[in-house]
Ligand binder design. Structure first.
Ligand SMILES: *Cc1c(COP(=O)(O)O)cnc(C)c1O
Length: 232
């Protein structure tokens, strides 16, 4: 198992490195986030032993179940649609929530973070391609949303996240990444207090090299690292 994981990781790292080299960017500026949904804890720990540090889950229950089984120095991210009643289970476990997309969720994160006496770092999920099936703010909703939650003391906005539609040819979704980056730059120019456009979480197995070319600094990779997902 470990040899196969290492091959996968080597291949992903090579693609990341080649792309960044071409763009004149540094490897340490990009976080490889291993997406571990449906992957068992043994396999996740093996990947961590190979040097991956950041892992992402998309369901609160699955995260909570695996949490005690995963080696302690893992850095957890929450990348999926988050129900408000699940915030309490994950807030003290994850470094970054990638999927803030509505006011009710912002209120709940802020409340639970206040109770924990922490400031929670979040990314705003933007549905650039406006796919009906996906969550996320519309592009034009993003700035008004920011202005609604700017004074929430226990939330800190650290950037943007998007999921591109699946495309046989990932060139077709380059615009998604480009638009997210442009939106981030527009937000940056507003010079809001207590907000930083530090992270652009974009790119998955099928499209991460394109996303990196467009300025991604967190790539979320599942299949490319662990193989095809098996849903039980
Ligand atoms: C599953 C998932 C990924 C990883 O998808 P792969 O195509 O397997 O790399 C990335 N981001 C989110 C939000 C996901 O749910």
């Amino acid at each position: 198992m470990k040899a196969e994981l290492k091959d996968n990781l080597d291949r992903v790292e090579e693609n990341i490195n080649n792309t960044l080299l071409k763009m004149g960017r540094k490897r340490e500026d990009v976080t490889l986030l291993a997406v571990t949904k449906t992957v068992d804890s043994e396999k996740i720990n093996a990947m961590l032993e190979l040097g991956v540090k950041n892992i992402g889950e998309n369901k609160a229950q699955e995260l909570t179940e695996k949490f005690p089984e995963i080696s302690g120095d893992a850095i957890w991210h929450f990348i999926g649609h988050l129900q408000t009643n699940k915030v309490k289970y994950i807030i003290d476990k994850v470094k970054l929530i990638h999927s803030l997309d509505r006011l009710s969720l912002a209120k709940e994160i802020n409340k639970k973070a206040e109770a924990e006496n922490i400031v929670k770092e979040v990314l705003l999920e933007v549905n650039i391609a406006e796919e009906e099936s996906k969550f996320g703010l519309k592009k034009e909703e993003t700035i008004p949303f920011i202005e609604q939650i700017l004074d929430f003391k226990n939330i800190k906005i650290k950037g943007l996240m998007t999921i591109a539609p699946f495309a046989e040819n990932p060139e077709e979704v380059r615009y998604v990444f480009r638009d997210l980056k442009k939106l981030g730059e527009e937000i940056e120019r507003k010079n809001y207090p207590n907000l930083e456009m530090k992270y652009y979480s974009m790119g998955m197995t099928n499209d991460y090299t394109i996303a990196l070319e467009e300025g991604s600094n967190i790539v979320r990779i599942g299949t490319g690292l662990f193989g095809k997902r098996i849903y039980k």
